[in-house]
Ligand binder design. Structure first.
Ligand SMILES: CC(C)(COP(=O)(O)OP(=O)(O)OC[C@H]1O[C@@H](n2cnc3c(N)ncnc32)[C@H](O)[C@@H]1OP(=O)(O)O)[C@@H](O)C(=O)NCCC(=O)NCCS
Length: 217
């Protein structure tokens, strides 16, 4: 599969002034901007910026950013699932994961994340993918937002729905270990039926593997 990426951009007004939402960007393009020091939800800002540059150059990797002037204040990442995770089990070429989305505290609640998702889906090539996001409440910034687990889950659902990602059932042990965790999924219009069937097996891998064991396969 040849992964095609088409650049889109929009201006979004916030109380703090307009911001540009754009991408996917290459590592070279990202290098023209500053990365805000408060983008630390997943790791220190400098390490996260380096990680984003790496992803930007993966054939399937996509980085879209929100920036105020030349400072990146938010971003979203898409890439194939981590090889160590269940979601890479069948090595599906048309499965990509929304790996991380983050907005600095000053711009939160202004629909910046929602618009990053909306812009992501403006690229028609996204219709060729099954896009997943695994949500674990222990990754959420509960202290920084002062939201309860359930209100945070509501924010996540509203934000993801803007990009067409909806909660979907799975038997993944980590996801089902807490009721606020969930799998979010968007199946593109051009995804073939075989991929959808394979993805259904992946969502219920434990059940699928048990059946295979029973049948002696
Ligand atoms: C989760 C996160 C990305 C959301 O970003 P955001 O730009 O604030 O999200 P949005 O403004 O698009 O919010 C989506 C909806 O939730 C609402 N919302 C957001 N924050 C809220 C809050 N603190 N209280 C109440 N509602 C809130 C928004 O008003 C919007 O609702 P609407 O669709 O009815 O207008 C941001 O809080 C963040 O960076 N958190 C740390 C990293 C993280 O947890 N990432 C997710 C795991 S990968």
């Amino acid at each position: 599969m040849k992964h095609m990426k088409t650049y889109h951009s929009m201006t979004h007004d916030t109380d703090l002034g307009p911001i540009v939402i754009e991408g996917p960007l290459s590592s070279n393009e990202l290098g023209h901007f500053k990365f805000h020091e408060q983008l630390t939800a997943f790791r220190p800002a400098d390490k996260q910026f380096a990680a984003l540059m790496g992803i930007a150059d993966f054939p399937e990797g996509r980085i879209l950013v929100a920036r105020a002037g030349d400072t990146i204040v938010g971003y979203v990442t898409y890439l194939h699932p981590d090889p160590l995770e269940r979601w890479s089990e069948f090595n599906m070429k048309d499965l990509i994961e929304l790996g991380a989305i983050e907005i600095i505290p000053a711009y939160r609640g202004a629909r910046v994340a929602s618009n990053l998702l909306k812009l992501s889906m403006m690229d028609d090539f996204m219709e060729n993918y099954i896009i997943i996001s695994t949500e674990y409440y222990w990754h959420w910034d509960l202290d920084g937002t002062n939201l309860s687990i359930w209100n945070y889950r509501k924010v996540m659902e509203k934000m993801m729905a803007t990009g067409g990602l909806l909660p979907a059932p799975t038997d993944d042990p980590e996801i089902i270990s807490h009721p606020a965790n969930c799998l979010m999924v968007r199946i593109g219009k051009n995804v073939p039926e075989e991929s959808v069937e394979q993805f259904d097996k992946l969502r219920f891998l434990t059940r699928h593997n048990h059946r295979k064991m029973r049948e002696g396969l």
